[in-house]
Design a protein around this ligand. Structure first.
Ligand code: GLA
Ligand code: ZN
Length: 668
């Protein structure tokens, strides 16, 4: 569990008491109790309220509200408040303000608007956190630290340029090595002095892919250093108190695998739109859960009803918030938390959803739905927390590869890294097969099937780890634009897919992209008589010209000058197999690739349910919890193969069970 001090599913929201007079606080805690809230995240954006001048700290108000919350059974997810620096700081220390990609110095304002390498920002944020940690180290309400908020500032200033050069020196040792790795012989980009290396702004050098890639790595590390800067203080002053920071799912700028290694629990903010399919949100949960190898996560933020930052901000229809909350739990969350507790009276987010509307009472649809969910989560006691999702299918995901694919140039810009993972995920989600994401250099030993979508960049250890999966009887499925460059974006000279050529038993000679919207046809060969197709499927994005090297051809193209060439190959390897897909298959074709691989390994949905119904399991010791989520706006009927208890109602269920629109079952 996240903390033995609160052995429950955590339920609460971001809380901004400093936006309100203290009389309102009494009403807040009354309403929190009504809603079943057991945790509040605060103070997320209160730096100036805690330190109005450099030498003045004003923690008294925070003391009072933390005591009041604790007295009312509400624990604190204590935020360090460093995501938006006070105006006095930006004015007094200009190094705090960042320079953007266009090379422009930013003015004070918004939030996450600081240079991650600013010495004054590092010094002053650390000082605030030191004071806060010392003051609340023994506060009985403190259950977790919430460092900053949604990290992500990028900067291109002179301070960053200096730090970048130091980072490069540590990485490459010598300029000769840097020049070799960056391939600077191209266009006469060789460097003869470290000081010549600049930040790659839009007006600077964006033509050297390795330079741009290293800057992404460096900025991700720089922001991580800001997090570490606070974490060091927290670990020293409050050892044993878990630490997190709220991540943002498939957020491009930060290498979250690296971050997660320094977090005790992964938490993230989920803001699906009304049109976002259920698989999309599910995938982000599974990505976040994979960051720490499957440990339970926290849903740190979601909106109870609507957001304020889109052009149009529709309400979640009644029942959808509950459904999405249980979806998070089903995918491994031990906390269901929201932005925000109470709508502010003013400011940019005054129309953002909250438990408490501007009427300030409990008589709204949203409050009632939130209170009902609070009661339902409470009814599960400590049953679910700490349980894990037993996923046997892994999908590899690597932020560095994402950057390398999309910041370089190549055969096509239509190939999007995350989308390639999504294409596999959404088919597996439709089959109700549990998936977990993993880093290509992480532990793959628990997976029986590993999917390798567009792993353009293959770093040391990955080929061997994937070979080991196949050797012990597992299956590896690689697809389009895999095995092209090494970790510094230098092409493999041994034929694509480089170090994976032996595993897949295939040589990918060249890559022929298609226009957006264009399709090719692929035929999956029937076993006999040869020549017949088991249906004809389509593919898009690109055709890779594959040459089997010991592998068999499962599917071929049927049209144009690629007719007859292999689209999908299968290589027997060790006790297992490796399938390579040299194009972007349609969903049906993907199912044809996946089905035999999954069924050979007994990987199947935990329950047979109608389409549009999601099923996920979590296990703890000998207990198995089966979540059934109706993602459709219409009622369905689900037939249960045996008797269960629904943890949400205590009802005994068996046989055909009606599930209303957006309905949820938590079966044991
Ligand atoms: C993010 C932030 C919150 C709030 C919400 C609004 O997730 O972390 O502070 O701004 O967005 O949706
Ligand atoms: Zn900077």
């Amino acid at each position: 569990m996240i903390s033995p001090k609160l052995p429950r599913i955590w339920y609460g929201a971001d809380y901004n008491p400093d936006q309100w007079p203290e009389e309102v606080w009494q009403e807040d805690v009354r309403l929190m109790r009504l809603a079943g809230v057991n945790i509040a995240t605060l103070p997320v954006f209160s730096w100036v309220a805690l330190q109005p001048y450099e030498d003045t700290y004003t923690f008294e108000w925070l003391d009072r509200i933390l005591d009041l919350l604790h007295a009312n059974g509400v624990s604190a997810c204590l935020a360090t408040s460093t995501a938006a620096q006070p105006a006095w700081m930006s004015a007094k220390y200009p190094d705090v303000l960042p320079v953007d990609y266009e090379g422009r110095k930013r003015k004070h304002g918004i939030r996450q608007n600081y240079c991650p390498n600013s010495p004054n920002f590092r010094r002053l944020s650390r000082a605030l956190v030191q004071k806060m940690a010392e003051r609340y180290a023994r506060h009985p309400g403190l259950v977790i630290w919430h460092v900053s908020n949604e990290y992500g500032p990028m900067c291109y200033c002179e301070e960053c340029a200096k730090a970048f050069r130091t980072w490069l020196q540590a990485r490459y040792g010598s300029l000769d090595e840097l020049n070799r790795r960056w391939y600077t012989a191209f266009w006469s980009h060789g460097y003869t002095d470290w000081s010549q290396i600049e930040t790659p702004t839009s007006t600077g050098d964006t033509s050297t892919p390795s330079h741009v890639l290293d800057y992404k790595r460096f900025q991700s590390d720089s922001v991580l250093d800001c997090y570490r800067n606070e974490v060091q203080v927290l670990r020293a002053v409050t050892p044993g108190v878990p630490i997190t920071t709220n991540l943002m799912g498939a957020y491009k700028d930060l290498d979250y695998f690296k971050w997660a290694a320094e977090m005790d629990v992964v938490s993230w903010d989920s803001y699906p739109g009304l049109q976002t399919p259920a698989w999309d949100t599910a995938m982000r949960h599974d990505l976040m859960r994979g960051l720490k190898g499957g440990k339970p996560i926290m849903l740190m933020e979601q909106t109870p009803d609507q957001v304020n930052w889109q052009g149009i901000n529709p309400l979640k229809p009644a029942g959808v918030m509950r459904l999405q909350s249980w979806q998070a739990v089903a995918h491994g969350a031990d906390a269901v938390m929201f932005f925000q507790w109470r709508r502010g009276r003013g400011g940019y987010e005054k129309f953002h959803g909250a438990f408490v509307a501007h009427t300030g009472d409990e008589y709204t649809r949203t409050f009632r739905e939130c209170a009902a969910l609070g009661a339902e989560l409470a009814a599960t006691g400590d049953a679910i927390i700490g349980s894990t999702v037993p996923a046997r299918v892994g999908i590899l995901f690597d932020w560095e590869c994402w950057w390398a694919v999309e910041y370089g140039s190549g055969p096509t810009r239509e190939l999007r890294y995350v989308q390639q993972a999504e294409r596999w995920y959404c088919v597996l989600h439709g089959m109700n097969v549990a998936v977990e994401f993993a880093h290509p250099q992480g532990d793959l030993s628990k997976f029986d099937v590993v999917i390798v979508p567009s792993l353009y960049m293959v770093k040391p250890g990955t080929a061997e780890a994937l070979e080991a999966v196949a050797e012990r009887g597992g299956a590896v499925i690689g697809s389009l634009w895999t095995g092209i460059v090494d970790g510094t974006d230098l092409a493999f000279l041994t034929g694509y897919p480089g170090p994976l050529r032996r595993l897949f038993g295939v040589w990918n000679e060249e890559i022929d992209p298609m226009e957006p919207g264009a399709e090719q046809r692929v035929c999956f060969a029937a076993p006999a008589p040869a020549g017949a197709c088991i249906g004809t499927q389509t593919c898009s994005v690109a055709v890779e010209r594959l040459h089997p090297e010991g592998s068999e051809v499962l599917a071929s193209y049927t049209e144009g000058w690629h007719a007859g060439e292999p689209a999908v190959t299968r290589n027997a390897y060790g006790q297992g197999e490796a399938v390579y897909v040299g194009t972007d298959l349609d969903d049906e074709a993907r199912r044809m690739v996946l089905n035999p691989i999954l069924s050979a390994r007994g990987i199947a949905a935990p329950l047979d349910v109608p389409a549009g119904v999601e099923v996920m399991q979590r296990v703890k010791g000998d207990r198995t919890f089966t979540f059934v989520l109706n993602n459709k706006s219409a009622a369905v009927s689900v037939s249960l193969p045996r008797a269960y208890t629904d943890l949400l109602t205590g009802a005994a269920l068996s046989g055909d069970v009606d599930l209303p629109a957006y309905g949820v079952l938590a079966l044991e």
